[in-house]
Design a protein around this ligand. Sequence first.
Ligand SMILES: [Zn+2]
Length: 109
Amino acid sequence: MKGLKCCENCNSKWSWKQTIKKTTTFDPAMICPYCEGKQYQTQKSKNKSALLTSIVVFLILLISNLFDMSLAGALVLLPVSIAIILFIYPYLVELIRTEEYINFFKDKR
Ligand SMILES: [Zn+2]
């Protein structure tokens, strides 16, 4: 699928499902399903996903305002927005071989 990212080690393309699986864990290191090399998300793509989340939250607030929805109505939109975020998210993910920013601490070992 177009837009999905490749592993920096082996150049294999991660599928949408694989990317979701790797990015929804709390472990910042993502193991490539093809070469088992560690991949990390770039800071830039993390910023993009934060931006995506804010846009979706803003849209929900806007829609609930426009249609004069109650808080309960806005809460109904929540699973929808999570679905939208999850759908777009893998396209924003950019992989890098080394973890950015955190390297500083690792070098100290
Ligand atoms: Zn790989």
